[in-house]
Design a protein around this ligand. Structure first.
Ligand SMILES: NC(=O)c1ccc[n+]([C@@H]2O[C@H](COP(=O)([O-])OP(=O)(O)OC[C@H]3O[C@@H](n4cnc5c(N)ncnc54)[C@H](O)[C@@H]3O)[C@@H](O)[C@H]2O)c1
Length: 232
């Protein structure tokens, strides 16, 4: 039997990039995959490719999230992957940033994670089984000289949420973890990691598949580096 057979996994922001890779790997491991994206056409394209179902919604809109989950049906595995703002990702020193920019990162990377996690936890806790996996970044756990303080702060918030939730819902059979990614293949530039290449959706998907399996039951509240061995 495939390790995730009988489980339904919803992956946010899975219409391209890392999320599409996660959706594919979870499907290969036997999960029924619900592919979310802000853009329905992207979600449908990936859902067709991985044999899943598309449910489009904006993770920053709580009402839309609730409606999307109602449409998706019971979700056993939530992967909070949406995290790159579609309105653009300016790299700017915080002291020079326009305060109007701040919400762009916090809404997506913290409120988006809270909206989806709060919605998913209701059913997971009732059924006494669930996995919440939040795709974070090394920028969320260490300071980096790349002018991404707003992004890093929002990712750090999501990491903190996972650590605290692990205590709240562990007794109810639900684990909550974060993955700290290094640079992925859709980012230009060299990869100065011990494993000298950029990361792929398959790398991240493999880690998600393990955490989602029954073998991941005793791993919770962790931040796992999926980063080619970057020293943090
Ligand atoms: N690419 C990297 O090098 C890198 C590094 C570290 C962490 N990460 C994290 O990995 C995750 C995926 O990154 P990626 O590079 O694949 O991003 P991407 O921009 O290639 O794809 C993200 C998808 O999310 C969707 N999306 C954006 N806002 C949304 C919303 N409000 N609701 C639903 N869907 C939404 C987009 O439409 C897009 O299809 C993010 O959380 C990102 O922060 C990426």
């Amino acid at each position: 039997m495939s390790p995730l057979e009988g489980r339904t996994a919803l992956v946010t922001g899975a219409g391209q990039g890392v999320g599409a890779g996660i959706a594919r790997v979870l499907s290969e491991h036997g999960a029924t995959v619900v592919v979310n994206d802000l853009f329905a056409d992207r979600a449908e394209r990936v859902a067709d490719a991985v044999g899943g179902r598309a449910v489009a919604f904006d993770v920053t809109d709580l009402d839309a999230v609730r409606a999307g989950f109602a449409d998706a049906g019971p979700v056993d595995v939530l992967v909070n992957n949406a995290g790159i703002p579609t309105a653009g990702f300016p790299q700017v020193d915080f002291k020079d940033s326009d305060p109007e920019l701040w919400a762009r990162f916090v809404d997506l990377n913290l409120y988006g994670v809270m909206n989806c996690t709060h919605t998913a936890l209701q059913g997971m806790c009732e059924r006494r089984w669930g996995r919440v996996i939040t795709i974070a970044s090394e920028a969320g756990r260490v300071g980096l000289p790349i002018r991404v303080a707003l992004y890093g702060a929002a990712k750090a918030g999501a990491i903190g949420l996972m650590k605290h939730l692990a205590h709240e819902v562990g007794p109810l059979g639900v684990t909550c973890n974060a993955l700290a990614l290094g640079s992925m293949e859709n980012i230009p530039g060299p990869a100065k990691y011990p494993v000298p290449r950029k990361g792929t959706g398959a790398d991240v998907g493999a880690t998600c598949a393990f955490l989602a399996s029954d073998g991941g039951e005793w791993i919770t509240g962790q931040v796992i580096g999926v980063n080619g061995g970057a020293v943090t």
